[in-house]
Design a protein around this ligand. Structure first.
Ligand code: 572
Ligand code: ZN
Length: 358
């Protein structure tokens, strides 16, 4: 049954949208409801999670090299219900609930054709300037970047497939595997979903670090074997504590904090022939003990979002191997979007979820 508001034309008319004009200036306003083109679907958005990058754009007007220069709609962790299909859409129909993979590449360059579409130079990613995101009631997206949710997977879980896709990709790139000792640096949302993904892959024992004791307790509750508080520790001190905790040095290190000292600690703690992936973002330039990395033949690998991970993320949730539900600590309606962003910025929440419909 349709729950969206219908105008005289039989189409919905309320398209309340959260538009960021500049740093700390987000306004709720009505926008035209877009029409799906060839291969696209119109989606009634139901849930949008707030990511750290959304908070950066909102509070500072920029994130990394991307700057808010004209009004932009934030939000890239999203799910919704298809309400209209454009010409040629075969895989979806009105009424289907979907998770939205937010990065759409050119599909034709060498990187796209070889499966690394996340680093396609033409990729258009929701809520990365100048591309609008999903904090809106109605949104158009290519149908093949939408993943139909089975009935037992909630819209909230659908939205959380986005950070889980980051974790799936990180675990793949870090070669996390059955019985492998893993170190996760940083117990924010990405560190926590990486923990869940690594556990689902059968890895272990898993050691996680943070400077916040509450986050570490949360991580323990999610199944971390060891939680190390690294506040006031040097990188050498962190590495020593990790090596005391784990029975053998980690073969996979997933850096999710972006702190220089954390990168350094990861290199020092990693086992010989290990892999360290850099998911966290921090300073443009970072000083690293590269000689130590070389001496143990550590592979340091970059991470840029993900490619080909949404299907796996959905399968992990649908099969019950990953339970994301406890990560959402705060809920808000789109009408309270400002309060939602303040809560996300405060740092006490794990994941803030915005309800748009339903
Ligand atoms: O969920 C995807 C995602 N990717 C992030 C950050 C937040 N969420 N990345 C880190 C920052 N880069 S960026 O290129 N940028 C600010 C757009 O430096 C993108 C990937
Ligand atoms: Zn994100």
């Amino acid at each position: 049954m349709n729950t969206f508001q219908l105008g005289d034309s039989g189409m919905p008319h309320d398209n309340l949208t959260a538009v960021l004009y500049k740093a700390q200036d987000m306004r709720l306003e009505q926008r035209e409801i877009p029409t799906p083109g060839k291969g696209e679907v119109l989606i009634q958005i139901t849930r949008v999670g707030i990511c750290g990058s959304d908070v950066h754009y909102w509070w500072r007007g920029r994130a990394g090299r991307f700057v808010v220069e004209s009004p932009i709609v934030l939000g890239h962790e999203s799910s919704g219900t298809v309400v209209q299909c454009g010409p040629g859409v075969q895989n979806l129909k009105p009424g289907d609930r979907v998770a939205i993979e937010p990065g759409v590449p050119c599909r034709s360059c060498e990187l796209c054709r070889t499966g690394r579409y996340n680093i396609c130079p033409e990729v258009k990613f929701c809520a990365t300037p100048p591309v609008d995101g999903t904090l809106t009631r109605y949104y158009v997206h290519p149908a093949d970047f939408c993943f139909r949710l089975p009935d037992h997977v909630s819209d909230e879980e659908g939205a959380l497939l986005e950070p889980l896709a980051v974790a799936v990709y990180s675990c793949r790139r870090a070669e996390v595997s059955l019985g492998s000792p893993v170190l996760i640096l940083g117990a924010g949302p990405i560190g926590l979903v990486s923990l869940l993904a690594a556990k689902a892959l059968g890895a272990g024992p898993i050691c996680i670090t943070d400077i916040n004791g509450d986050r570490l307790s949360f991580a323990k509750g999610l199944g971390a074997d060891y939680a190390v508080n690294v506040k006031d520790l040097t990188p050498e001190g962190v590495a020593a504590r990790v090596r005391e905790a784990l029975p053998s040095p980690p073969t996979s290190v997933i850096e999710c904090s972006g702190a220089v000292s954390s990168y350094q600690a990861g290199i020092l703690a990693a086992g010989p022939r290990g892999v360290m992936v850099t998911v966290g973002r921090g300073n443009y330039e970072v000083s690293l003990p590269l000689t130590t990395a070389a001496a143990k033949e550590l592979d340091i690998r970059g991470i840029f979002r993900y490619a080909n991970c949404y299907g796996t993320a959905l399968a992990l949730v649908a099969s019950g191997q990953v339970d994301l539900s406890s990560l959402v600590t705060h809920h808000f309606s789109i009408n309270d979007v400002h309060q939602a962003f303040h809560t996300a910025k405060d740092g006490k929440a794990i994941k803030v979820m915005i309800k748009i419909h339903g």
